[in-house]
Design a protein around this ligand. Sequence first.
Ligand SMILES: C[S@@+](CC[C@H](N)C(=O)[O-])C[C@H]1O[C@@H](n2cnc3c(N)ncnc32)[C@H](O)[C@@H]1O
Length: 222
Amino acid sequence: MSAAADPADAMRAYYARRAPEYERVYAKPERQADLRALEAWVAGAFAGRRVLEIACGTGWWTVHGARTAAHWLATDLNPQTLAIAAAKPLPPGKVEFATVDADAIEGLVGRGFDAAFAGCWWSHLPRQRLAGWLARLHALLPVRARVAFLDNRFVPGSSTPIARRDAAGDTWQLRRLDDGSVHELLKNFPTRDEALAAIGPRARAPQWIEFGHYWALAYTLD
Ligand SMILES: C[S@@+](CC[C@H](N)C(=O)[O-])C[C@H]1O[C@@H](n2cnc3c(N)ncnc32)[C@H](O)[C@@H]1O
């Protein structure tokens, strides 16, 4: 098992190593209908907006969101995932990439975003840090900014089993990569009520959508 002492660094290292095999998760047959619906949802969520994407990974959602956005800054901490994203066909002149630690987003202040998006990132945030991290993200955004997240729902037989739940209520999975390495990863599966409770006082008119294998949440900031 991977032995990084800091869970955040262990997660970064896991995704760096997983980059070449990452998009296999988007080939699962049972998720295809949800994925097509979510791709359309992301494409419609940010029309005309200047979007900050956190933890873009290989750019699966970047391609769809950037179709209608005015500008899209796709960020991730790992150069291995960013390189795959940057090699995708993207609308010319609209999309930029940057290496950014999601735990240091204050460095992006003043960039003129009026929207933010993250796919499959919420689930990796410890419960005790989630509301604080969302407040820090909101602090980068003006009134009427649009914020959207999507992430996995736990589906037995499709999701990696939960190996343990810790004292804080966070759930952990054991993930195996092609090279045989095994990594313990924090992966939470919030209910609608838990998610709505976390988004805080600036969030207005939240829309929560449940698909079979995913959830999506969008709201506007006061
Ligand atoms: C579950 S993947 C999500 C990728 C993509 N958004 C998607 O939905 O397919 C999580 C991503 O978080 C990135 N990551 C890990 N730690 C990070 C950090 N501290 N800051 C920014 N990105 C990070 C990984 O490189 C990986 O691309």
